[in-house]
Ligand binder design. Structure first.
Ligand code: XMP
Length: 517
């Protein structure tokens, strides 16, 4: 693999994703990995990520210098560029100058392998305090910016390159080309990582792992469980049973999508548990968000375990035990829970709606090495319905945490209608890829005065919370076109009973979270 050395912050994952977009398999390693450990992974190239520190700071993340003796093509980015410069005998100056955001980089010396053939001036995205003041011996300066004389360098002989800017962020023009030049030209790597290969490889691996045993999987309606279940089904067919718990907090049409479209496109054997009444019963009188989460999480486990017991009995009777459970764990979860030093602690994820930890099964995690966009690509390749594969993130506790106040059947019905309208209009306007997700929230404990028809009403506001994000850890509110907002507002207030007002949430995260509860 290409190894991305993580110096903290969130850059490493983004770099690893961009490398895969270039068709090359990549993995992330902590900066504390020794040259020996890195070498043992047989890297075909190394990329040193950016990070939040200054190389002069006390305890600044460092790197085993032996890594530069491995003779593996290496690209340093931002902090990684400075670490590389220092390790190879260049100089990094603590200038007190800071350079943030967009700036113009001017290519020098024809740009070498890394920047050759690109426009001589390009817009790049910077975020640094220190800067490389002298390139190491044998390196050519390949670019500079007004504030940074050595903004990129390289040595074709060694196969070592570095850039001060962040080629992995979309704000850097030609950023992807810089990465691809490094991968394809400098390191000579072919583009051969694609969803077809992943499927083949996983199917073979799953068959080998499972043998003739039985497997169980919990479908949530979300992308990860849908794709992991479909992959396992492709590998072992009816040795797999999928369980779908309908907790009554789903959005309009979601159950049908799973029961009809998903089953039709995969042929998965599915058991639906009708638990809406049970969940509502336990949620009665509860308004506190964390309390709701606890109840929903607990009831989910209870519902799942009930079917599981039946299935275990059935399988025993057939002489094949259920040995495995499918989990839709993705690579970011693996990296973040690995939490080696240098990885900023970014996700203490409230994965409510998950499965109990003490289940007596071995796990099958066919998506463990994949990023979300790759999972979607695989889902499409497997022929899953677009409505499922393209689905935006939706929390495990579902609409239960989008009703501010007590959850009742009546309120769920109102929210479900409003949410369906918002989703429909956003899709119609072609905005699905622009927004990360758009919670629609019912302020059930708030009433506002309205005038509808020829009467005065006293109804509830609906909040639209469209956000743009790369990973849900930070987000900005999406600037939706006014005509789309207007259409959504008109339709909701005209057709959803008890709603007489639609408001837009214009808060970034932080300080606001994405959900209201
Ligand atoms: P917040 O509201 O914390 O949400 O900004 C970040 C992301 O997590 C989702 N979310 C949840 N997902 N169980 C889940 O499985 C939960 O309890 C939960 N709460 C929030 C949220 O939709 C967003 O994508």
């Amino acid at each position: 693999p290409v190894l991305v050395v993580d110096f903290g912050a969130q850059y490493a994952q983004l770099i690893a994703r961009r490398v895969r977009e270039a068709g090359v398999y990549s993995e992330i390693v902590p900066h504390t990995a020794t040259a020996e450990e890195i070498s043992a992974k047989n890297p075909v190239a190394l990329i040193l990520s950016g990070g939040p520190s200054s190389v002069y700071e006390e305890g600044a993340p460092s790197l085993d210098g032996g890594i530069f003796d491995l003779e593996v093509p290496t690209l340093g980015i931002c902090y990684g560029f400075q670490v590389m410069a220092r390790a190879l005998g260049g100089e990094v100056a603590n200038t007190g100058l800071r350079e943030y955001g967009a700036t113009d980089a001017v290519i020098a010396n024809d740009g070498g392998v890394l920047l050759g053939g690109q426009p001589s001036t390009q817009n790049v995205w910077m975020s640094h305090g220190d800067q490389v003041s002298r390139a190491p011996e044998g390196f050519e300066v390949l670019a500079s910016t007004p504030d940074t004389p050595v903004a990129a360098f390289g040595s074709d002989d060694k196969g070592f390159y570095g850039v001060q800017w962040h080629p992995e962020v979309k704000h850097s023009d030609h950023g992807q080309t810089v990465l691809e030049n490094f991968l394809h030209k400098a390191a000579g790597l072919a583009s051969d990582w694609n969803s077809g290969n992943v499927i083949e490889e996983q199917v073979a691996r799953i068959r080998e792992q499972v043998g003739s045993a039985r497997v169980i999987s919990a479908l949530s309606g979300g992308v990860d469980s849908a794709v992991s279940t479909a992959l396992v089904h492709k590998a072992i067919g009816d040795q797999l049973t999928a369980v779908f718990v309908d907790h009554g907090l789903l959005r309009k049409g979601e159950r049908e999508q799973v029961e009809k479209d998903y089953v039709a496109s995969t042929g998965v054997r599915l058991i639906t548990v009708d638990a809406a009444d049970t969940f509502l019963g336990h949620l009665k009188g509860v308004s506190d968000p964390e309390q709701k989460r606890k109840i929903i999480g607990r009831e989910f486990i209870r519902a799942f375990e009930k079917v599981q017991r039946d299935l275990v009995e059935e399988a025993k009777a057939e002489g094949e035990p259920i040995k495995f459970l499918v989990q839709g764990t993705l690579y970011p979860d693996v990296v973040e829970s690995g939490g080696g030093t240098g990885t900023a602690n970014i996700k203490s994820h409230h994965n409510v709606g998950g499965l109990p930890e003490d289940l007596d099964f071995e796990l099958i995690e066919p998506l463990r090495t994949l990023f979300k966009d790759e999972v979607r690509a695989i889902g499409r390749e497997l022929g899953l319905p677009e409505a499922i594969v393209g689905r935006q993130p939706f929390p495990g506790p579902g609409l239960g945490i989008r009703i501010v106040g007590e959850v009742t059947a009546d309120r769920l019905e109102i929210l479900r209608e409003a949410d369906a309208i918002a989703r429909e209009e956003l899709t119609k306007a072609g905005l699905d890829s622009e927004i990360w997700q758009c919670p629609v929230v019912l302020l059930a404990d708030v009433r506002s005065v309205g005038v509808q028809g020829d009467g005065r009403t006293y109804g509830h506001p609906i909040v639209l919370r469209p956000v743009s994000s790369e990973d849900a850890m930070t987000a900005d509110w999406t600037r939706l076109p006014y005509d789309v907002l207007s259409k959504i507002s008109n339709r909701i207030t005209n057709s959803v009973r008890d709603v007489n007002r639609v408001v837009l949430d214009v808060t970034s995260k932080p300080p606001g979270t994405i959900e209201w509860e």
